[in-house]
Design a protein around this ligand. Structure first.
Ligand code: SAM
Ligand code: SF4
Length: 474
């Protein structure tokens, strides 16, 4: 018997919008090189692509066309996001789970996993450790369990915001947790969360049924697919979607993600704020037997195609990936990465140099310290940013289209990125990273035309260097 969900609790737009026969028919079509180039041109004009157009890009196989897709994604990323990369770190709160997802070490039947839920004291210690390394943005991660109720999640969010260490505090808390009902989202939203993130894992119905026990809550495909629509209706207008690549054909999952983004856009007039595309990783008690594991080449293609399909949606590449792959995909599409991440429960203070698989959901590919990642980003010419201004000033959702406001990136994003970078350099960086960062700030200032805004920014940077003034944003 499958897990029953009260249909009354679904959103007003709830229906299964993943039309498999249609998506499969799109994936069977072959496109001429000229069609691929037409779609690339549309995307370069910063227009979101339809499912049909995305499928045209997915059908491109020749080395030449794939290279053109990569080049276009690189260019589009520069045009839309400039050279900023936003940084965050995850904070795992609890590994209890009533679901039994075959790919996850937290699944209820996994006896190897050492279960833990952080106490308020643990939570404070973890946040202090994150702050002392320079973090300003986090995402709280929870298994799905009755003890992780909306009230519990909201309480954790409030506790995290309340921690202060040195000159630092967490300025944006996102959440990755189970889908809620409307009331649950409203409770969590009241704690001032940023993004609510839910990954569909796989959009392919049969595969979904195979990896998620029908006796578990997560076994209900529509409840999950509709999860972020309910979030929107409950006032969380900042949501993140994702698929776990490796469970089913990567091309199908890309179309699923685009279909999901189009669905939210159509019904709520705002698409997802971010898309995540984790690849399956080794995990304790998990055997990776899927025949759909995604190699590095297709992975790069899927990131580039997502970039072109949804030009204004942030793309997140997590530390599941190795440093090398992250560096590559950052160039053509990624706008956010986590860095210095530890995902063992209590990992920011208790884990050593190696990962403890029985204490984490899966193994990470990149556990370099934040400062090392910052140094590499600066060396590659990126502006690492800890900016949280938009959501704190209410610049989210339908009422805010940052890219529709002329000069927004130049006038807001770059100055905010530079001032948050300088806070990091002054308060936390190693001498090498500080020197590299100061040079980058100088170069960026040189590029800016003289204006009242630039004078104000220069003054703010001086205050950050010479005084305790922090958290100054446009
Ligand atoms: N329990 C919540 C849920 O399932 O929505 C929170 C999600 S879980 C803690 C975060 C995400 O990690 C999952 O949505 C899944 O995509 C991903 N994940 C699980 N097992 C994984 C693995 N072995 N490798 C990579 N990612 C994995
Ligand atoms: Fe639980 Fe989430 Fe892991 Fe599934 S993916 S077992 S719901 S923590």
């Amino acid at each position: 018997m499958s897990f029953a969900i009260d249909q009354q609790k679904l959103s007003s737009s709830a229906h299964d919008f993943i039309d498999e026969p249609f998506l499969n028919s799109l994936l069977e079509r072959r496109a001429e090189p000229s069609q691929v180039r037409e779609v690339i041109a549309k995307s370069m004009a910063k227009q979101a692509l339809s499912l049909e157009e995305t499928a045209v890009l997915l059908s491109a196989e020749s080395a030449e066309l794939v290279e053109e897709i990569f080049a276009a994604a690189r260019q589009l990323k520069r045009d839309v996001y400039g050279n900023r990369i936003v940084l965050f770190a995850p904070l795992y709160v609890g590994s209890d789970c009533t679901n039994d997802c075959l790919y996850c070490a937290f699944r209820r039947s996994n006896r190897e996993q050492i279960r833990r839920t952080l106490t308020p004291e643990d939570l404070r210690t973890q946040v202090e450790a994150m702050l002392d390394r320079g973090h300003k943005r986090t995402i709280l991660v929870f298994g799905e369990h009755p003890r992780y109720s909306p009230e519990f999640i909201a309480d954790c969010v409030r506790q995290v915001y309340a921690v202060q260490s040195g000159k630092g505090n967490i300025r944006r808390v996102n959440v990755n947790a189970a889908p809620q009902d409307h009331q649950g989202y409203a409770t969590i939203k009241a704690a001032q969360i940023g993004t609510y993130q839910i990954f569909q894992e796989t959009y392919h119905h049969e595969t979904y049924g195979q990896v998620h026990s029908p006796q578990s809550r997560k076994g209900n495909y529509l409840w999950r697919l509709d999860g972020l629509a309910r979030a929107m209706e409950a006032g969380c207008d900042d949501v993140g979607i994702g698929a776990l690549f490796g469970l089913y054909d990567w091309r199908f999952e890309v179309l699923g993600l685009v279909a999901h983004a189009l669905h939210l856009q159509k019904h709520y007039h705002v698409g997802p704020h971010t898309i995540s595309f984790p690849r399956l990783r080794p995990a304790s008690g998990v055997e990776l037997t899927s025949s759909y594991l995604v190699g590095d080449e297709p992975f790069k293609r899927l990131v580039a195609i997502l970039r072109l399909a949804v030009p204004y949606t942030g793309l997140i590449c997590t530390a599941r990936e190795t440093a090398e792959i992250r560096r590559e995909v950052m160039a053509f599409g990624v706008s956010q990465i986590d860095a210095g991440s530890r995902i063992e429960l209590g990992g920011y203070t208790e884990a050593g140099d190696t990962q403890v698989m029985e204490r984490e959901q899966f193994q990470l590919g990149d556990i370099r310290p934040l400062d090392q990642v910052m140094n590499e980003l600066l060396g590659d010419g990126y502006i690492p940013s800890f900016c949280t201004a938009c959501y704190r000033l209410g610049r989210t959702g339908e009422h805010f289209m940052e890219f529709a406001i002329p000069g927004f990136i130049q006038n807001m994003c770059t100055p905010n990125a530079l001032s948050t970078l300088l806070e990091y350099l002054v308060d936390y960086a190693s001498p090498e990273t500080r020197a590299a960062g100061e040079k980058l700030i100088e170069r960026e200032l040189d590029k800016m035309p003289e204006s009242p805004l630039k004078s104000e920014l220069v003054e703010r940077l001086r205050r950050i260097r010479e005084t305790d003034a922090r958290d100054l944003y446009f």
